[in-house]
Design a protein around this ligand. Structure first.
Ligand SMILES: [Zn+2]
Ligand SMILES: [Zn+2]
Length: 408
């Protein structure tokens, strides 16, 4: 057999992907209780990982996390897609184990008949209900092409549908290209867990650009990996971020979803956040910056011009969105913000990581915008680091500034 350097490279990429999927998927599944709960709630009564806020956040908070990152670096659409695949792979596998249909799935998959697996009512129902109960969207399998090993899904009430609602509500332009990257990644990862092999997906129609439904084409392929994710421009991601912030600061905060309403299972945010932060130090820095952009824009829009108004606003907002319960202590040189029930770290074992850097970024951006002074917010404690609660230290570059602010 003849190899050119290109096919060799692609072969290595595939192995790298499979190793990454196995290692990171397993880590997520074994350390994140919320991730293990994905898709199981319609079948079993589960004790929530957060006793006060519950295991659903407001869906309005997901877009700022994702689109602030994409705004900083549009090419990350590919990365979000890949992370989506890991999430899809490890959650659907866990779901089948929990429903005790894992052996049914593997027996059917071994027969090599795709259509049998997908036409199996229990499997289809588990997938559909999983997406629905987690608040991810409404999915429907509309086509199985067993010769070409292709599947077609439609999706509604997903993130694209919310973008469309917000564009209409706040009078922004519609998008020109499909915009889903994580969701199509999750579907592809689920297909990999079901059939084995490598699956990729393309979004061919999208609600956000005016189509009635999003349409996702999935295909099995051998060898090379060529995801075809559409990457929007920085301006478009900026626009989506702006409209997402309009939703966050609105009084009603209705995402406009008819059947699913506003709740989103925290496992989605936890997986995305953890996978991003554990990729590299650069991802941690970018996450802080992305949070800072979000904090600045929020405080600018709601016109809070002093430290205490900004802190109180964030406290109420975090509670409304079910991001966490915060309280703070004022000291002459440092403000200490403590947080319980963090959306990112609740139910996570001690993995020696601080997972709430995006929230630290939001606080930093908010304080800078409200006081026009230079703040540095450091995440000093996190429940994912074995601490009893999460904690942020807020210091001003000039220590006398805080004393002056406190004295009025
Ligand atoms: Zn779409
Ligand atoms: Zn934390």
């Amino acid at each position: 057999m003849k190899y050119d350097s290109k096919s060799k490279k692609q072969g290595i990429d595939k192995i790298e992907y499979l190793l990454e999927r196995k290692r990171r998927g397993k880590f997520l599944y074994s350390n994140f209780q919320a991730v293990r709960n994905v898709g199981i709630s319609p079948y079993k009564k589960i004790k929530p990982v957060r006793s006060e806020l519950g295991d659903y956040e407001h869906i309005a908070f997901l877009a700022p996390r994702v689109f602030s990152f994409l705004y900083l670096s549009p090419i990350f659409a590919y990365e979000f897609y890949r992370l989506g695949k890991i999430i899809g792979y490890c959650t659907v596998d866990g779901l089948f184990k929990a429903l005790k249909i894992k052996s049914l799935v593997s027996t059917l998959a071994k027969t090599g008949l795709l259509s049998k697996v997908f036409r199996n009512k229990r499997i289809q129902e588990a997938l559909r209900k999983g997406w629905q109960s987690d608040g991810g969207g409404l999915i429907e399998l509309i086509e199985v092409n067993k010769e070409e090993k292709r599947l077609k899904y439609t999706m509604s009430e997903n993130s694209c549908a919310i973008i469309k609602t917000l564009a209409d509500r706040y009078q922004y332009k519609h998008l020109t290209k499909p915009c889903s990257c994580i969701e199509i990644g999750i579907l592809s990862g689920q297909a990999e867990a079901l059939f084995g092999g490598i699956w990729d997906g393309v979004e061919t129609k999208c609600i956000a650009k005016g189509d009635p439904l999003c349409e996702m084409d999935l295909h099995l392929h051998e060898g090379e990996i060529h995801p075809e994710i559409s990457v929007l421009t920085k301006e478009e991601y900026d626009r989506i971020l702006d409209m997402s912030i309009e939703l966050v600061i609105s009084k009603e905060k209705t995402s406009g979803r008819g059947e699913l309403g506003d709740p989103l299972m925290i496992a989605i945010s936890q997986s995305i956040n953890y996978l991003l932060l554990s990729t590299s130090k650069g991802h941690v820095v970018l996450s802080k910056w992305a949070g800072r952009k979000v904090g600045e824009r929020i405080i600018k829009r709601v016109e809070k011009n002093n430290l205490f108004d900004a802190l109180d606003y964030l406290k109420d907002l975090f509670l409304d969105l079910k991001i966490g319960i915060i309280w703070y202590e004022l000291n002459p040189e440092v403000i200490v913000i403590k947080m319980r029930e963090s959306v990112y770290s609740s139910g996570v074992k001690n993995i020696n990581m601080k997972l709430c850097i995006f929230i630290a970024g939001i606080i930093e951006g908010a304080l800078i915008e409200a006081t026009k002074a230079e703040w540095i917010i450091t995440e000093t404690k996190c429940t994912a680091n074995g601490d009893p609660h999460c904690e942020f230290e807020c210091k001003n570059r000039d220590p006398t500034v805080l004393t002056k602010l406190l004295l009025g």
